[in-house]
Write a protein that binds this ligand. Structure first.
Ligand code: ATP
Ligand code: PAF
Ligand code: BAL
Length: 354
């Protein structure tokens, strides 16, 4: 069954919602009333879009927003159109009560040396201001199907960009993301929006989308991509889908990051792209053979792409020959039924992050 309304029913009735000290808005109309007041009061609004199952990666984005905006809105919406019919929409982790608890426990008190662009007056504690929790029906008033062929209504595509990198393995993913984020931006009208480097192509593609569609809330300069939060013990990129990993798979999972680091070191020391990427793939495959327990590992891709065009970097290219142009070194590896992604920015990181 690929009809999202059938897979993800529920209109988010107020009576179904866990108690929360943070106001929860389930409709665009009710949120807009709140937003109008913020406009009237000339308050800046930071926005962190999520699919829930919150972890420290999400919370790091919320912290950035709290530090730089008067008000912070977090959305939780598992967007059906970015899941292909064969993907994990039905089993995607949903932990709403815990998510609300985590958000409710967050606070930010600026110190006097704060370098933020919009620090709150010293001593004033900021906490998340609102959670936007729409139903599928609210976000897709024309109805929705995960199958692109069956879809009717308005969708957003970032042509020439959404098909590359992750888009080669997930051909309908960025159409779903661009569509839902357009809707979210129209509903929230944020001053600033925050995305994670873990999904680097998503952040860069959305920046382009905002520019191409002349959106003002946010404008492209206010769509921020923030560094990937990692497990402090082994560097695994935090991800909601990590809960799918078995113990043995979890032990293997940081290998992708290790492989990307090895490729970066090789590239920095003068190896070509092909040599650096091959070394990374070999490292994953060698470690997969060495582990004692049964873990099924399959490299989907590890490659380097131009950060601006997303085009694959030519195999003979070296760090010296790109002359400082930022390059994305990224990879996706299946570990059991979990598809892990990760990336490093080679070259001018500051041109992309922040
Ligand atoms: N480890 C992380 N560090 C920083 N930001 C992150 C991290 N993981 C996710 N994010 C960001 O949080 C936002 C919401 O992501 P999402 O809710 O899909 O979580 P996720 O952990 O990426 O889930 P998934 O397992 O589906 O990839 C996105 O902008 C994403 O890039
Ligand atoms: C940006 C996003 C919330 C759109 O559904 C999602 O792709 C995510 O969580 O990264
Ligand atoms: N964080 C990206 C969401 C997805 O993979 O569907």
């Amino acid at each position: 069954m690929s009809t999202a309304q059938a897979l993800a029913p529920g209109a988010n009735n107020a009576s179904d919602l866990p108690a929360s000290p943070i106001p929860i808005f389930t409709t665009v109309a009710s949120f807009r009333e709140w937003r109008r007041k913020a406009f009237d009061e000339k308050k800046t609004v930071g926005f962190v879009p999520t699919m829930g199952a919150l972890h420290d990666g999400h919370l790091s984005l919320v912290k950035h927003s709290l530090a730089s905006n008067d008000l912070t809105v977090v959305s939780i919406f598992v967007n059906p159109t970015q899941f292909a019919p064969n993907e994990d929409l039905a089993t995607y982790p949903r932990t709403l009560s815990l998510d609300l608890e985590l958000l409710s426990a967050m606070s930010y008190t600026p110190d006097s040396s704060s370098s933020s662009s919009n620090p709150s007056p010293s001593g004033v504690v900021r906490t998340p201001s609102a959670v936007f929790l729409p139903s599928v029906q609210e976000m897709y008033p024309s109805g929705v199907s995960q199958s692109v062929d069956a879809q009717k209504g308005t969708f957003v595509e970032v042509k020439g960009y959404g098909e590359q990198m992750e888009g080669k393995s997930r051909p309908t993913f960025f159409r779903g993301v661009a569509t839902v984020v357009t809707k979210l931006f129209n509903a929230i009208e944020p001053t600033n929006a925050y995305f994670g480097q873990k999904d680097i192509q998503q952040g860069l593609l959305l920046r382009r989308m905002v520019r191409d569609t002349l959106l003002s809330h946010p404008d492209p300069e206010h769509l921020h991509i923030m560094p990937t939060a990692r497990d402090p013990t082994d560097g695994l990129a935090l991800s909601s889908r990590n809960v799918y990993l078995t113990l043995a798979e979890r032990q293997f999972a940081p290998t992708l990051y290790a492989a990307l680091q090895a490729a970066r070191d090789a590239w920095t020391s003068g190896w070509t792209k092909d040599e650096s990427v091959s070394a990374a793939i070999q490292l994953v495959n060698n470690r997969a053979q060495q582990i004692v327990s049964e873990v099924e590992v399959k490299v989907d891709y590890i490659d380097m792409n131009d950060a601006e065009t997303f085009e694959v970097v030519h195999g003979a290219t070296t760090a010296q020959s790109v002359a400082g142009r930022p390059v994305i070194l990224s990879g996706a590896v299946w570990v059991g039924r979990t598809r892990l992604i990760d990336n490093l920015i080679l070259g001018d990181e500051a041109a992309i992050l922040g």
